[in-house]
Design a protein around this ligand. Structure first.
Ligand SMILES: [Zn+2]
Length: 199
């Protein structure tokens, strides 16, 4: 397992004015969402006047509707501030948004939220349990080592002086790892492997 950097602990949306868009004008700006972003800030970020201010476009279109013209996390075009705040709450549970991507690789859309648009129990369990391994040298064997230790614990041969050294050389470690992985979800995001017990 490797130390997590927190370099990408934000996501971005691009709130824009729909009226301007329909009149052929691009009125939008980029807004970063991180784990400290408040619901109030999100409401303000999606305010049509605020969008014109940030985009440095005079508010002459008379527009009322806002669309999210781009985002970097596969979100929708018409997310509300409350929906976006759901992502803030996810980010509060994990080091960065790649963890959310890993979760979404495996489960259905929206499994990360409950009906109140708050983190689901599934996501909370994932956040508690998930381990992250590097896929690149020199850490690319950490996952194998972790599984080997797990197997040793499971069959009770780890740190057991009764077990003769020779026994280890008879174990098919590759098969043992595959067998252990039956109980786990495993997915790769940005050169890291995310591993957690099946939920
Ligand atoms: Zn406008």
């Amino acid at each position: 397992m490797t130390q997590q950097t927190e370099t990408e602990n934000f996501i971005e949306i691009c709130p824009g004015c729909l009226a301007c868009y329909n009149q052929g004008r691009l009125t939008f700006y980029w807004f970063q969402i991180n784990k400290d972003t408040t619901l109030k800030q999100l409401e303000r970020a999606l305010d049509v006047e605020e969008i014109h201010r940030k985009a440095k476009t005079p508010f002459l279109c008379g527009g009322e509707e806002v669309s999210i013209q781009d985002n970097d996390f596969g979100g929708g075009e018409y997310m509300t501030a409350a929906e976006l705040y759901g992502y803030v709450q996810l980010l509060q549970l994990v080091p960065n948004f790649d963890y959310v991507r890993a979760f979404k690789n495996i489960y259905l859309m929206q499994d990360e939220f409950d009906l109140n648009q708050e983190p689901s129990d599934m996501f909370k369990q994932f956040a508690d349990d998930v381990l992250v391994f590097d896929t690149v040298y020199p850490y690319d064997n950490d996952l194998d080592e972790y599984l080997d230790e797990l197997f040793g614990e499971f069959v009770g041969i780890d740190q057991n002086p009764q077990v003769p050294e020779i026994l280890y050389s008879f174990i098919d470690w590759r098969a043992a790892r595959d067998w252990l992985l039956n109980d786990y979800e495993k997915t790769e995001v940005n050169s890291k492997i995310y591993l957690w017990r099946k939920i």
